[in-house]
Design a protein around this ligand. Structure first.
Ligand code: FAD
Ligand code: 2HG
Ligand code: ZN
Length: 480
């Protein structure tokens, strides 16, 4: 199933893979890195949701930058289209082929190159799994500046290519700030060495930013240098309930004011998310089961002084209860309670795909308006499906999920283009953190001006004149 591809034709300018191509790839990569086995290729053809499905015949597993360079140089000269693939956890159909594109998986490029203990700078290959990097740097007294529910599978190269946001964004900001350097292979095989580890460097245009968030459409990221913050000794997590959305908003402002520098996460979810999590996630329990509240908020603090941080959080919660912003709340007393709280929030995606069909929207909207769209959507969808609202409230990022037993045009018509038009009217973004991929390539105009889209197309043509990198994704076909 790939509804977004239904109206896109295979571009006939691309060559069709033949046995000479396969022989060439074997000659540069070795037989075991050229995968034609149907079962293995099938896995790489389907995305995490099981929603987008390609028809590639070939999966390549390069082990070095040089191998990536040789693959791309050859594909460019033969005009064979390719899809770079990391952990394949993307949610917009960007990481799988649309037709027969060759899949280049970075899974074999998972080495740590260097860790600078003084400055906390990690240099590694793009295929390193985020969770492994987290464990590595934590052993050295640092943390990764980003964290997301997909950490066990997603790659740092995939994170950079999507400019992933996630659960620590409120504290450590965007990857545009933490990524210090990149090594990228361009479509023609040129290796672009931008792998510096400097905090400050104003020599000309900062080209690495073009590749952060470009979803594999401008080059293949092969190495990364990233700044890792110090690991602080004291961390607390609270799970709170609010009666209405306005209380969540006020609570956010109060948390910013009272918790200040120790605030490290502010996540929210509505009642429907909790119900879903309780139904489908194994081993979790509702920390606030007494009565069903309308909204739940997870607040994390991270700081350097255990008693000071705890006292600060407790005082904040007490005040919020007295002021009526919070209906009920609990602070995790040990690691297992804390991980239960996090598991609920991080597990919503996993639970959402168990229902059958899921329509996912990832919107940036001013916080005051952010929940309006959830309510409007609920009335549009009626009893055809269930509407969930959750996300990174501290960053103004709503995850709007609509669940139903199966995909249908009737349902899609209730949702789109309404959701995009509504967001556009608020000057919001139709992709806060997941990217455009295949799902939203044709929708970019809802968030970007025609002039901006044209300039993006010019950059794409300059860097990838044969358009071999991740075709049909990110930009509309009409501008390429
Ligand atoms: P893939 O899915 O393999 O690829 C994503 C895109 O990047 C594709 O367009 C692909 O072509 C390109 N790409 C991958 N690797 C490279 C490379 N080395 N060079 C060039 N292009 C490349 N996202 C968030 O932002 N915040 C979240 O909180 C979050 N939580 C999630 C939770 C769950 C349970 C799941 C399933 C997904 C979540 N995501 C989240 C979405 C997804 O995990 C992120 O987009 C992640 O950064 C993708 O990494 P990946 O390695 O899986 O990339
Ligand atoms: C999250 O914050 C992710 O949990 C996934 O970005 C959101 O599945 C989704 O819609
Ligand atoms: Zn998210």
């Amino acid at each position: 199933f790939s509804s977004a591809a239904a109206h896109i034709q295979r571009n006939p300018a691309y060559s069709v893979l033949n046995s000479d191509d396969v022989s060439y790839f074997k000659s540069i990569l070795g037989d075991s890195s050229v995968v034609q086995d149907q079962d293995r290729v099938a896995v790489a053809n389907v995305d995490w949701m099981g929603k987008y499905k390609g028809a590639s015949q070939l999966l390549l597993l390069p082990k070095s930058t040089d191998e990536v360079s040789k693959i791309l140089s050859y594909c460019n000269s033969r005009r064979l289209a390719v899809v770079p693939q990391g952990g394949n956890t993307g949610l917009v159909g960007g990481s799988v082929p649309v037709y027969d594109e060759v899949i280049i998986s970075l899974v074999g490029m998972n080495k740590i190159v260097n860790f600078d203990n003084v400055n906390g700078i990690l240099t590694c290959e793009a295929g390193c799994v985020l969770e492994n990097l987290s464990s590595f740097v934590e052993n050295k007294g640092f943390i990764m500046p980003l964290d997301l529910g997909a950490k066990g599978s997603c790659h740092i190269g995939g994170n950079i290519s999507t400019n992933a946001g996630g659960l620590r964004f409120i504290r450590y900001g965007s990857l545009h700030g933490s990524v210090l350097g990149l090594e990228v292979v361009l479509a023609n095989g040129t290796v672009l060495d931008m792998l510096t580890t400097l905090r400050k460097d104003n020599t000309g245009y900062d080209l690495k930013h073009l590749f952060i968030g470009s979803e594999g459409s401008l080059g293949v990221v092969t190495k990364v240098a990233i700044l890792t913050p110090a690991k602080l000794p004291s961390s607390n997590v609270a799970f709170l309930s609010c009666n209405d959305y306005i209380s969540c908003q006020k609570l956010l402002l109060a948390a910013r004011r009272s918790l200040g520098e120790i605030l490290s996460a502010f996540e929210f979810m509505d009642r429907h998310c909790i119900d879903l999590a309780m139904k489908y996630l194994e081993g979790v329990h509702n920390p606030l089961p007494v009565s069903p509240y309308n909204f739940y908020v997870l607040i994390e603090t991270t700081g350097s002084d255990e008693s000071y941080d705890k006292a600060k959080l407790e005082a904040f919660l007490l005040r919020s209860l007295e002021d009526g912003l919070v209906a009920d709340g609990v602070i995790a007393q040990d690691i297992s309670q804390a991980s239960n709280f996090w598991r609920i929030r991080e597990g919503i995606s996993e639970a959402s795909v168990k229902v059958g069909a899921v329509y996912k929207y990832d919107l940036s909207i001013p916080v005051e308006k952010l929940y309006d769209i959830v309510e409007e959507m609920r009335s549009r969808v009626g009893d055809m499906g269930e509407v969930l609202g959750y996300g990174h409230l501290g960053d103004g990022n709503l995850h709007l999920n609509i669940l139903s037993a199966k995909y249908s045009d009737r349902m899609l018509e209730r949702i789109e283009p309404f959701v995009y038009e509504w967001t556009s009217k608020q000057r919001g973004s139709i992709s806060a953190e997941h990217g455009l991929g295949l799902m939203k390539a044709e929708k970019i105009h809802y968030s970007k001006s025609p002039e901006a889209v044209q300039l993006m197309a010019s950059i794409k043509k300059l860097l990838d004149p044969n358009s071999i990198l991740n075709p049909y994704k990110v930009l509309p076909q009409s501008v390429l």
